[in-house]
Design a protein around this ligand. Sequence first.
Ligand SMILES: *[C@@H]1O[C@H](CO)[C@@H](O)[C@H](O)[C@H]1NC(C)=O
Ligand SMILES: *[C@@H]1O[C@H](CO)[C@@H](O)[C@H](O)[C@H]1NC(C)=O
Ligand SMILES: CC(=O)N[C@H]1CO[C@H](CO)[C@@H](O)[C@@H]1O
Length: 229
Amino acid sequence: MVVRFLLLAFLVFGFGLTRRVNSHEESGEWSCVSNSKEMHIQADFKPGIITLDGCADDWEDIDGSEFSLRPALDPDENHEYKDGKMTVKALHDGNSVFFLLQVDGNYVYSKGDIKKSPSVALMLQIGDNATYHNMGGCKEQKGSCTNKTCKGHEVDLMHFVIGNAIPGRLYGGGDSSFGPLVDAYAWNPHCRYLNGMGPSGNHSSGQNNWKGAWWHSSFADNSGCSVHN
Ligand SMILES: *[C@@H]1O[C@H](CO)[C@@H](O)[C@H](O)[C@H]1NC(C)=O
Ligand SMILES: *[C@@H]1O[C@H](CO)[C@@H](O)[C@H](O)[C@H]1NC(C)=O
Ligand SMILES: CC(=O)N[C@H]1CO[C@H](CO)[C@@H](O)[C@@H]1O
């Protein structure tokens, strides 16, 4: 299942974990070494070089880190995506942080079919006590999650479903539509809120400012995008 596959891989990066990723099933002890140097991505200050158009050209001189892609529910090494690695790069311009995620190999894209196309997500720790595992790890159930009961477990999420998103177009940010790219925050997987909304009846300080664009190397390159293989 491609969607979960890539999703987890990106989450792994978001929290700077070790490569040893345990199952999402609650079977046994789960641990993470969040200060592991191995998995840290550094975002250097490089203003004015990135255009959010899905093309990787702007990033050519930026160092990246490579990661293996493994299925979320069975992250065994044997089930790794064999055709290539995922490369992640990051930088900032003093105001925004930019990420590039690139997957090499014959990764499938089927236009208009979200089940035959990858999705990606980025998860960032916001609250001091937010865990990678369980998307922030607040113990409350849906309905009892509030900014008080789950205080400290906030994670920020960006989720981009590319199957019906137009390549090269910028999605997300400000608009309140529920398009292919959503900006969310969560305290756990049952308490997720999209595009700046919060638990019903409550205002939230959730924002809606993640933006993203994507490209696939199978497209004829009419746009000036230099195609990476
Ligand atoms: C995080 O957890 C510690 C230990 O349980 C607690 O003392 C602290 O107040 C928590 N931080 C937040 C922001 O909730
Ligand atoms: C929790 O949400 C309420 C309602 O929007 C708000 O008034 C309050 O300041 C928030 N508390 C914290 C700690 O963010
Ligand atoms: C203003 C408002 O609707 N506040 C509510 C936020 O959520 C908590 C818990 O669900 C309620 O107790 C508040 O009344």
